[in-house]
Design a protein around this ligand. Structure first.
Ligand code: FES
Ligand code: FES
Length: 214
């Protein structure tokens, strides 16, 4: 006996039957997907932040997740401060907040309510450069310049830290006041990465401002 005699349904008939059966099942109401509640478009929470940037008072209504870096660049259009990694790894976003250098990409703007922020624009501008900016020019402390605003803000704060006697990891005897030496400067500037590798000229520039030989 042939196979078609054992199973008197043709392949074409089987496929057609299947299609009809699927259609019937759907029409008969296979369990419908549960109705999803309509999504409401919630606005993210905002907060009012007041701070002083480069001597000018600012009040901003910000999404509470806004970093200080984005508040400076996107809301105040102070684009001198650069976004490199946005993860606290490169130092390109360094600014000075109440006298301390910080990575502005790691800090929420709302944490700086009432603070005094200094960015590269607040240190000096063309025609009236800060001594550190001038020294970077004289010593060729940059190539592409992308890291430079962060390097300069950091360098200014580093000399302040040494002057204030704040020890670093390389200060051999922590009871001794730190001195401006090349190794001290390198250690303190180690959070500012320069992909162009202008490191030795950067150290020369900082040492020049500190009036020591690196
Ligand atoms: Fe902030 Fe790199 S952008 S540390
Ligand atoms: Fe290019 Fe530093 S000057 S990254």
């Amino acid at each position: 006996m042939s196979t078609s005699e054992n199973f008197p349904i043709s392949r074409r008939g089987l496929l057609a039957g299947g299609a009809v059966s699927v259609a019937a099942t759907t029409a008969a109401g296979a369990p419908a997907a549960e109705a999803q509640p309509a999504r409401t478009k919630e606005r993210p929470p905002t907060a009012r932040v007041s701070f002083e940037v480069n001597g000018a008072a600012h009040e901003l209504e910000l999404d509470t997740r806004t970093t200080l870096l984005d508040a400076l660049r996107e809301h105040l259009r102070l684009t001198g401060t650069k976004k490199g990694c946005d993860h606290g790894q490169c130092g390109a976003c360094t600014v000075i907040a109440d006298g301390r250098r910080i990575n502005s990409c790691l800090s929420l703007a709302v944490q700086h309510d009432g603070d005094k922020i200094t960015t590269i624009e607040g240190l000096g501008l063309p025609g009236n450069l800060h001594p550190m900016q001038q020294a970077f020019v004289v010593h060729d402390g940059y190539q592409c310049g992308y890291c430079t605003p962060g390097q300069i803000c950091s360098a200014v704060a580093v000399l302040g830290e040494i002057e204030a006697g704040i020890p670093s990891h390389v200060t051999a005897d922590l009871s001794e006041a730190p001195k401006v030496t090349a190794s001290e400067l390198r250690e303190r500037m180690s959070g500012n990465i320069c992909r162009c590798g202008a490191y030795s000229n950067i150290i020369d520039a900082i040492a020049d401002v500190a009036e020591v030989k690196a």
